[in-house]
Write a protein that binds this ligand. Sequence first.
Ligand SMILES: Nc1ncnc2c1ncn2[C@@H]1O[C@H](COP(=O)(O)OP(=O)(O)OP(=O)(O)O)[C@@H](O)[C@H]1O
Ligand SMILES: [Mg+2]
Length: 271
Amino acid sequence: MISLSASSKDKEIRLDQPPAVSIQDLSITYRTTFEKVPTLRSAIVRFGRGERAVKEVHALQNLTFDVPVGTSLGIIGANGAGKSTLTRAVAGVLAPSSGRIEVRGRISSLLALGVGFNSKLTGRENVVLGGLAQGMTRAQVAQRAEHIAEFADIGEFMDMPLITYSSGMAARLAFAVGVHMDPDILMIDEALSAGDAAFKVKAAAKMEELMKSARAMFLVSHSLGSIKEMCNDCIWLHKGKLMLHADPQTCIDAYTKFLKVGENAFTMEDM
Ligand SMILES: Nc1ncnc2c1ncn2[C@@H]1O[C@H](COP(=O)(O)OP(=O)(O)OP(=O)(O)O)[C@@H](O)[C@H]1O
Ligand SMILES: [Mg+2]
C-alpha cells in the first residue's frame, strides 16, 4: 500500500474544460493462438500433429466514461477484471479493438515497466534514446539522463545492459523515467511496483508532488484504503465490464458487497 496525503483527492473537478480523457465504447479483445499439447492417444491417432487452439479474451467490453480535469480516478476490481488493460490502452501501449480513446495532454505511465526499453542497451542508452525519440536536444537529454540516474539510484547498473537488472532495478529506472517526463496525466498501476521499502518512500513523495501539477490521475489498486484516501472518482470493473462509475465510497461498498455475496446473489438495487 502506498500512503500519501489526501491532496490529490481535494483537487477541484473541472467540468468547464474538455475532459483530460474521454473513452467511448471501448472494447479490447486479446487473441492468442497456441499449440495444444497432444495426449498420447490423440498423438497416435493424429500421427503426432499438434492442434492449434485460439483463445479469445474480451478484456474490456463497451466502456464509456469521461475523466474531467482535476480527477483522481480510482480503478478497482478483481484479478483479471481489465484494470491493467485499461491503463495500457489509455497510455497508448495497446490499441483498442473498437471504440475510441481521446487523451488531452502528455501521459506518463508508471505501469509498463520498461515498455519501450531495449534489454540489450544500458539504462543510460535507453534513457537517451527515449529522450531523442521525444524530440529533445542532446544537451537536454544528457541533463535529463543525469536526473534520472540520480533518482533511480542504481549505481553502476545505469551503465550496464538492462538484461542484467533485477526486476526491482528495472522498476526503479522505469519509475524514474516516468516521473521525469512532466506528465499532464499520471497513471499508476500499483500491482507492478517492485521497488524496495526505501525506494517506495521516495516514490510516494515524488508522486505526491506530481499529482499536484497533473491534470488527471489514474490509480489502479487492490488497496481500497489508498483509493478512498487518494481518489475523488472511481470505477469498478468486473470481467471487462464497467459495473459502476461513482464516488470512491459508493464503488468500494458495492465491490466489497459483491465480493461477500458472490456474483449470482449480487443486485445493484440493494446498494
Ligand atoms: N497479453 C495478453 N494476452 C492475452 N490475454 C491477456 C493479456 N493480458 C491480459 N489478458 C487477459 O485479459 C484479462 C484482463 O487482464 P488485466 O491484466 O487487464 O486484469 P487486471 O484487472 O489488471 O488484473 P490484476 O488485478 O490481476 O492485475 C484477463 O482475463 C487476462 O487473462
Ligand atoms: Mg493488473
